[in-house]
Design a protein around this ligand. Structure first.
Ligand SMILES: [Zn+2]
Length: 180
């Protein structure tokens, strides 16, 4: 209700008394529930039981996971792809859960830099791999549609943990695998 009420005030400031916008605050509030559903989710719950014993010791990567988020400075969309990988320790994680982890954080107000770190940290906490890595490439509407107005400029961010920090060749292999 708070969101609905506040959207109503924004609309009133933009177009006072516009009858055709009467139902818009309710629609916006409903769409926010969906866009920001990540606040109601916990990464650990999302992953649930989807951790499996496996002999794998080579890097596992889910490439080009499409996502949308909202920048916390302007509340404008961030649209891009996340690349998430890890080197298993004793367990592997259900591959679709990597995509769910991305969404769980992306469906909140965010900065791309922090989003990148959040994904690696969640993997470290839940899966305890030998190392985790995330690379994100995304367009920000606050860069393309306002301010400097640079269409199609992409922000690239990366974060690594464990063996990815100590092993430069592994880091490079991850980036090659992602961005081939
Ligand atoms: Zn922004």
């Amino acid at each position: 209700m708070t969101i609905e009420k506040n959207i109503q005030e924004i609309l009133e400031a933009l177009e006072p008394g516009a009858a055709r916008l009467q139902k818009t605050p309710h629609r916006v509030a409903k769409s926010y529930e969906e866009l920001f559903r990540g606040y109601a989710q916990s990464p650990r719950q999302l992953v649930g039981e989807a951790l499996y014993e496996a002999p794998a010791s080579e890097m596992v990567v889910l490439r080009a996971i499409p996502f949308t988020s909202m920048c916390e400075h302007h509340m404008l969309p961030i649209v891009g792809h996340a690349y998430v990988g890890y080197v298993p320790n004793e367990k592997i994680i259900g591959a679709s859960k990597l995509a769910r982890l991305v969404d769980c954080f992306a469906n909140r107000l965010h900065l791309q830099e922090r989003l990148t770190v959040n994904i690696v940290r969640a993997l470290d906490e839940i899966l305890k791999p030998a190392g985790a890595a995330t690379s994100i490439v995304a367009e920000h509407f606050c860069i393309s549609q306002r301010g400097v107005k640079k269409n199609e400029a992409q922000l690239v961010t990366r974060h690594f943990s464990g063996v990815f920090c100590s092993d430069r060749a592994l880091r490079e292999e991850f980036l090659r695998t992602c961005h081939l």
